[in-house]
Design a protein around this ligand. Sequence first.
Ligand code: GDP
Length: 452
Amino acid sequence: MSTICAVSTPQGAGGISVIRISGENAISVAEKIFQPFGGKKVTEMAGHTCVYGKVVSGGEIIDDALLTVFVAPRSFTGENTAEISCHGGIYVTKRVLRACLENGAQLAAAGEFTKRAFLNGKLSLTQAESVIETIKASGEQTLRSANLTREGRLFAKIKTVCDRLVSLLSQLAAWNDYPDEDIPEVEESAINGTLSDSIAVLDEILQGYDRGRIFRHGIDTAIVGRPNVGKSTLMNMLLGYDRSIVTSVAGTTRDIVEESAVVGDVTLRLSDTAGIHETGDEVEKIGVTLAKEKLENSDLVLCVLDGSQPLNADDKALLATLPPPKTVVVINKSDLGSANIFADLSGFMYTAEISAKNGVGLSEIEQALEKIFRINSFDENSMLFANERQKACTELAKSYLSQASQALAFGETLDAVTIMIDKATEALLELTGEKITEAVVDKVFESFCVGK
Ligand code: GDP
């Protein structure tokens, strides 16, 4: 494979920049541009050693720097690697990088170092993906979860399921392919047992993902309600400052693009997808696919009603479209008195009475969130996923296993059952990266930045 190089520290001036070179010729590229003080030869350096010297290009000294050498396979990528730590100026960093490029290295693609680590068996795919999560981690819980994934927890869990399925598949195949041999029949109850155990493990992982995402990413929140009930005012209350323009003329809310509000222990992501721009139209467009999609894609719906007035037809039509398990009905304008609208809300388990204008009732919303997302009982050990790809593979595997289970219950042939189990296993092998197409690998590493 070619020898690649990139700046591995963030763009911008800092104390130190690290330029990483990896590949068969990494050490000889370093040799051409790095002269250790004291006359040591770069090519004779042992792995995991460091030397002080100067970076030279075209006979000109660029900088004093440290060179660290890693000899294959004992490096992050599994290849020969040289890391030059020079002064962190933007210009000097670029000059060192250019010197590498002029002496036989190519510029690395995004994520190429980590991709090579994966291809060389240094990291499993899930571990590689958690590298990016570690880099992106914005808080303690996220970092801990990324570290757990990097330690291989997710991999180990999935592998246990996979091994059981593979063993079941081999029994089924043996029994099916050699009917004349004396191979014991695979008991239906044994198949069922393996299927339901596996589904349970995958379910547990998926639940951990959904709850973990809330901490990693925040809760995608849609604020809905007919014009003038107080959506913008609620938004301002949540954000704690006047961000949107609040007017008393119906349907004139403007300005909000995307905001995050910290409510209790969680972050609500309030954005344009909240429909706050289009709410006026949206009520008319109830039933239109777009509005439905918005609701489906959000984790939480805050449905604002004016509690000082009886519900009108628009309110009722809107309520009928909302999913109660993820909806908090926010009964606003409590300062104007109550029109006793609770009777119309019997299908909803989460309500909060507030006065957005006076900033009263935030704790009611917090309590509802606590109930919906069970925030306090969250165990970050269950938060193992790094990304959507892994979730999609898990969901696919689970759906195939459920189909296998159904096929069995309906008395279909074991062939049909086997095919489903086989597909589920493939999805899990794709998750762990043990069986994966090049296209998927490329896609995974595209989300990295250059230098990682
Ligand atoms: P939106 O159209 O749903 O975004 O509603 P706005 O937030 O623009 O509010 C419409 C009107 O209701 C404004 O005049 C607000 O000041 C008023 N309003 C909002 N919340 C309350 C509240 O809790 N109490 C009272 N009395 N008025 C409110």
